[in-house]
Structures are given as C-alpha cells and as structure tokens.
Design a protein around this ligand. Structure first.
Ligand SMILES: C[S@@+](CC[C@H](N)C(=O)[O-])C[C@H]1O[C@@H](n2cnc3c(N)ncnc32)[C@H](O)[C@@H]1O
Length: 569
C-alpha cells in the first residue's frame, strides 16, 4: 500500500464500515478497470451489509456472467427477481439475460420465431433457477418465448401420459414453474385440437386417483395445472392434504389454497354502496370473471415520497397550491382492480392511508390477499360503485382514478362524484382512453365482434391467435397488454368502453372548478421528450388546445391513456 492508499484506508476506517452503496460503487470502479476478481468480493460484502440492495445483486450477476460463471450468475439473477421484482417488468432485458445465461435458449427462441418451435428443454435450462424465477414471478411478454413454452407444454403432456410419468427433480420443478406461468397468464397459450383428448385423459386420471387415494405422479399434477386450474378439479381440496415436492406444492398453493383464501376474504369484504344496474353490473361481471391486472410480486418499497414534492418535480413550471402534508395523506384509489397500483401508491407516500374501491369482489379479494403485512394497517379495500361514491361521507387529499371512468355508463357523472370527495387543494390523477390513440384497437374490437368470438378463455385464445397470424399484426399487440387473458379481454373484448378527446377533457375541467396540472407519460424519457417539444415551441405545458394539436400531429403519444393530474380550486 502506498502512502495515498494508506491515508484513504485510514480515512475510510475512521468513517465507519462502508455502506452497501459505497461498496457497490467501488466494485463498479474495479469492474470498469477490468478487475472482475476484485469486484466480486466487494459486491458480496455489499450484499452482506444489505441483502436487499438490488444494485449489488445485479452487478454481481453481471460480474459472474463476464467471468463465465453462468450457474452463479443464474442464482444471482433469481435472487434479484426475489428482492427487486420490478426488474422483471422490463421484459426485453429479462430475455436478453436469459439468452446470455443459456445459449440453448437463444436457439430455441430463434426456432420459435421461424415458426419451428421445438418442445425440448435442455438439461441446462431445466436446472436454471433464473428461468424458474421468471416463469413464477412475471408474465412472459414475448411471442417467441410464448411459442417455445407452448411447444414445451405439449412435450410435457406426452411425458405425463407415459406409463409412470417419473422425472428428475429439475424436470418436475421446471414443469411446476411453467404451470405457475400458465396460471399467471390465465391460460392464454394456444391449445391445439390434438391436445384436448390427452388433457381430458390426464384430468380423469388425476380426479380418479384423488377420489380413490391412489398415488399421483407429481409431474402429472404439474402438467395438468399447465392447462387448467387445479382448483377446478373434482376433489381439488384433497390435493392440499397430500405431500408433494416443494415445487408442485407451490402450484397447489397458487391454484387451490390461495383461491380458497380469496373466497373467504370475498365473503367478508365491506360494501360501501349498492352496485348500479346496467353498465356497472355488466362491467362488474367482466371483472368478476377476469380480475385485472394479473400480477405476482409487488415492487420493493421506494424511499417514501411527499406528494407536493412529486408534483413539483414532475411539473416544475405549473402553478399549484401545495397540500402541505409531509406525513399523513388520505388517498382514495377508485377502481383499484387487483390492487397493485393502490399498494404501490400506499407504500410510496409517507404516512399514506388508503381506501381502495372497486365493483369486483374477485379483484378486491385478490388485492387483499396480496397485501404485504407492512401495508395491512394502511390500506382498506371495499366494494363500491363510483356512481354512488359521493355519498360515503369521507374526503381525500389524493384520488387516483386510472383506467376506470371510461368503463362507466356516465364517465363524467362518475368523475363529478369523485370530485365531491376531494379536499380543498386536493389532487386527482386520472387515466382516460384517447379516441385518437385507440383507432387500431377499435379496428381489432370490430374484427372480434364481426367474427363473433365469445369473451370466454377459448374465444380470447382463438381471437388472439388470429390476430397474431395477420400478415401485418397490429402495433398494439407488442404493447405490454396482450399477454394475459384479462389484458386481452380488457383491451379488445371490453363490455363497455368510452373514448375521449382533449377538448372534452378541457371542457370538463373548466366546468368543474379544477386546475389542470399536467400530463404524465409511461416513463421519464418520454415525459422529458414531450416537455422539451413544448418548451422548444414556447407552448405552456398546461395549454390543452396546444396538447390537442400536438396529439393530432402525433396520434400515438397517448396510446397508453391520457394520464393527467388536476387540482381542486
Ligand atoms: C381496467 S381496470 C383498472 C384497474 C386499476 N385502476 C389499474 O389501473 O390497474 C378497471 C377497474 O375499474 C373497475 N370499475 C369499473 N367501473 C367501476 C365503477 N363504476 N365503480 C367502481 N369500480 C369500477 C373495474 O371493476 C376494474 O377493476
């Protein structure tokens, strides 16, 4: 050690043990200088200091990959999926990682892209914990990957119907992970006509063995769960009484125990308002059958934010009156669905207390079951119809109404009901469909209607395959929302959808004592881009006439939705 290094070490010792972040920075610096052998121990030390420090976990996986230690890298990525499930949201990055981990997978994807998917799973992929973590914890949002898994599933069906269906622990664990994926995507993968008879045979065999007490090969249970939820079997509850390998037991939990928990929560769900006849009843029926969205793991909680600071940061040039609540924030999430957004909001804001309402008891009970212990006292779920919510006798600092008003018989009436619950200076974040952005979706909706596809699982599967087979597929199919049954139903089979234009929104805002704060986009890069375009033209960001003109020139910019904030005057 030279004198400078000695001084740096002494300074560091005086400052106390290095934090996970500091150790990771040092590791990154070492790796950037090509010192991978020096980087790995620093990252391990960082993880010893804070086992949930995702950047260290991610880096260590990268270092292992660069060192050619693929087994260690895969284990590290599987751990990353556990501590930071949000890393699985960027599915293109997930695929790239899997390709780098397993060259066999790259070849399998290429074959699937050429329409020649093979049902083979190499021993390396079968044993890779990262593959299993992906299949178990997120929706596979890639068509080639889906096609490969669909072929793999057919291969498993043959295996399960073999004389004894024995398989190694890895094969059973991979099959169980695939079964969990099929449940997560609500059985959206295509089923060929040739599979129906073997599926029925497998199902009959499992049901008979459940009734007689005969042994059942775990692989058979996993494979059946790839095609149909185990909870729908005759005698399903008996599955919970048997001993299974842990991977299969996890499928039984997912498909039998957890739905039973939700049924119990459903019976006890508070009901704040009656549910209206007509559109509310029809929309409720859709979301009772297909609660939306399907999700598995909540993002890790970020450092708590203050709402005023978030608004100031997102919309620095917009005049707004601060709420002045650094702690304690009463939130309403209207149309919370299965609760992901409501839970994320609650864990994001300091001292948040949330009421989350929806029409669908199935959605609410899924949300309640998935509420982490740390949020249980901070969030309340209840059934309510927004059309009658003005009467609940409560008020809020912040109301979130994303993707819900446009499914109401009278969306503006529903919006006015919510405004009644806003405190002075209260903020509301609204998400509404754009008529300009949904032209392609309207075409697909018309096609579905014309072809008479029913909104059942089979109808949705068939419509989806027809759309994928089009010579020029619709752009929206590559968006995130096309890889689970409830997403496809929501997007192109919805029982009721109203679309808006910016002038309609502007008129409503002006007539209802609201101030427009600003539009939000899917990510910061887009947000900055559009803000930059307005600044370049010298247009105020709150000028809705300019936004209307800008959207007409760029009709896809609100493909997601119009997402915007308003404040009560
Ligand atoms: C597309 S989902 C959006 C869920 C959630 N806001 C999200 O963005 O993930 C629409 C939800 O709004 C609910 N909903 C529709 N009309 C409603 C109404 N009148 N009152 C309460 N909830 C309603 C549906 O039951 C459904 O769960």
């Amino acid at each position: 050690m030279n004198r400078t290094e000695r001084r740096a070490a002494q300074k560091q010792a005086a400052a106390g043990p290095a934090t996970a972040s500091e150790l990771t920075q040092r590791a990154i610096a070492a790796a950037n200088h090509g010192d991978l052998a020096g980087a790995a121990p620093l990252l391990k030390k960082a993880l010893a200091a804070d086992p949930a420090f995702a950047p260290a976990c991610d880096r260590l996986a990268l270092v292992y990959l660069a060192q050619g230690k693929r087994d260690k890298a895969a284990a590290q990525y599987a751990e990353l999926a556990r501590i930071a499930p949000q890393t699985l949201n960027q599915f293109d990055v997930v695929i790239e990682t899997l390709r780098r981990l397993e060259p066999d997978f790259a070849a399998a994807l290429e074959a699937a892209q050429r329409g020649a998917a093979s049902g083979a799973v190499s021993a390396a992929i079968g044993a890779d914990p990262c593959f299993r973590a992906v299949l178990e914890n997120t929706v596979v949002r890639d068509l080639a990957f889906e096609r490969w898994l669909t072929a793999v599933r057919t291969g498993f069906l043959d295996l399960a119907l073999g004389a004894d269906a024995t398989a190694s622990g890895d094969v059973v664990a991979f099959a169980a992970a695939l079964a969990r994926q099929c449940w997560i995507n609500e059985y959206v993968f295509a089923i060929t006509a040739a599979e129906h008879t073997p599926i029925d045979k497998l199902k009959r065999g499992v049901e008979e063995a459940l009734a007689s007490g005969e042994t059942i090969a775990p692989l058979r249970v996993a494979v059946l769960a790839m095609y149909e939820p185990l909870g729908a079997l005759d005698g399903a509850a008996r599955l919970t009484e048997r001993k299974w390998p842990s991977a299969v037991d996890a499928v039984v939990t997912q498909q039998v125990r957890e739905p039973a928990e939700e049924a119990a929560l459903r019976a006890a769900m508070p009901r704040l308002t009656p549910i209206g006849e007509g559109v509310s009843a029809k929309v409720r029926a859709q979301y009772e059958e297909n609660p939306y969205p399907r999700w598995v793991r909540l993002s890790a909680p970020p450092p708590p934010m203050v709402l005023d600071e978030l608004i100031r940061h997102q919309f620095p040039t917009t005049p707004f009156r601060p709420l002045g609540r650094r702690d304690g924030l009463d939130i309403l999430v209207a149309g919370c669905g299965t609760g992901r957004i409501a839970l994320e909001i609650t864990q994001s804001f300091a001292g948040a207390k949330t009421l989350a309402v929806d029409l669908s008891l199935a959605s609410l009970s899924a949300a309640k079951r998935k509420t982490p212990a740390a949020l249980k006292d901070k969030i309340e779920f209840a059934q309510a119809d927004i059309m009658s919510i003005g009467s609940i006798g409560r008020d809020f600092d912040y109301i979130n109404a994303g993707g819900v008003l446009h499914h109401m018989g009278d969306p503006l009436g529903g919006w006015r009901e919510l405004i009644k619950l806003m405190r002075p200076n209260g903020l509301m974040q609204v998400g509404l469909y754009s008529a300009h952005a949904r032209k392609e979706i309207n075409e697909a909706r018309a096609l579905v209607a014309e072809r008479g596809y029913p909104s059942t699982a089979e109808g949705i599967r068939a419509a989806r395959q027809e759309l994928f087979a089009r010579p020029t597929p619709f752009n929206f199919m590559t968006l995130r929302d096309f890889f689970t049954t409830s997403e496809v139903r929501d997007l192109i089979f919805h029982v009721h959808e109203v679309q808006f234009t910016i002038p309609e929104i502007a008129d409503f805002i002006a007539a209802n004592d609201l101030n427009f704060i600003g539009f939000e986009f899917a990510n910061q890069a887009l947000h900055q881009h559009h803000r930059g375009e307005f600044q370049r033209r010298g247009w105020p960001l709150t000028d809705l006439e300019r936004w209307d003109a800008y959207e007409r020139d760029n009709p896809d910019i609100f493909a997601n939705m119009y997402v915007f904030w308003v404040q009560k005057r």
